[in-house]
Design a protein around this ligand. Structure first.
Ligand SMILES: Cc1cc2nc3c(=O)[nH]c(=O)nc-3n(C[C@H](O)[C@H](O)[C@H](O)COP(=O)(O)OP(=O)(O)OC[C@H]3O[C@@H](n4cnc5c(N)ncnc54)[C@H](O)[C@@H]3O)c2cc1C
Length: 175
């Protein structure tokens, strides 16, 4: 669904993190929102390429659990405040050009022989103005395979189920 993004289709050289939505509100139907994987990205996040036989290569931006959770939360907060105050202030924002994300791909169940690939990026959509060399803050962008990631994923499994059931102090568990 189209939201508050820049869908003008301008060329790669003019792409900016400002093209990315921050409140996930449909421009034609203000009471409809599309956070998480529901929103239409304005463009891919890596430079569009062409293979030697002319096939266009433009990978879709990854939209994983963490940005989905964060964007869903700001939309819920904005709707709640709109209902309570009667004014659509939309003061909570979450752009993929400003937030980071962590993702763990778990492989194998064994507590000692299992493994996982753990990745973090910041920001998700590269910001070439702020980080001209790589588009991202390398302090918060890493990837590492190993057993510790598997344990972390297992812990998250139970934490998120706990949160989904809204058990005591559920809101303290981050997205
Ligand atoms: C196999 C797989 C592995 C993944 N692994 C990871 C991972 O390791 N780490 C990570 O960060 N992300 C992972 N992801 C991505 C992550 O799961 C998604 O980015 C995230 O769940 C998207 O959340 P969402 O709330 O936007 O959408 P969804 O989780 O798809 O939620 C949409 C909900 O809307 C419901 N729905 C649809 N149509 C209607 C309707 N008409 N009426 C009412 N309800 C409706 C659906 O049933 C669904 O429950 C994985 C995804 C897949 C498929």
């Amino acid at each position: 669904m189209k939201v508050d993004a820049n869908y003008s289709g301008h060329p790669y050289e003019e792409w900016s993190i400002e093209d990315w939505p921050s409140v996930y509100q449909n421009p034609d139907y203000p009471n409809i929102f599309a956070p998480g994987i529901a929103f239409a990205p304005p463009h891919s996040i890596s430079k569009p390429m062409t293979s030697p036989n002319g096939t266009k290569i433009f990978p879709a931006p990854p939209r994983t659990g963490m940005p989905s959770g964060v964007s869903g939360k700001v939309v819920a907060e904005n709707i709640a405040e709109w209902i309570k105050s009667g004014k659509p202030t939309m003061k909570h924002k979450a752009s993929m050009g400003k937030m980071g994300a962590a993702c763990i791909v778990s492989a194998g169940y064994d507590m000692f022989k299992g493994s996982a690939a753990t990745m973090t990026v910041h920001p998700i959509v590269p910001d070439w103005d702020k980080y001209p060399e790589w588009g991202r803050n390398l302090k918060y962008t890493m990837g590492e395979p190993g057993l510790a990631g598997h344990w972390l994923k297992l812990a998250m499994h139970y934490m998120f189920l706990y949160k989904a059931k809204m058990k005591p102090f559920w809101s303290l568990i981050p997205e």
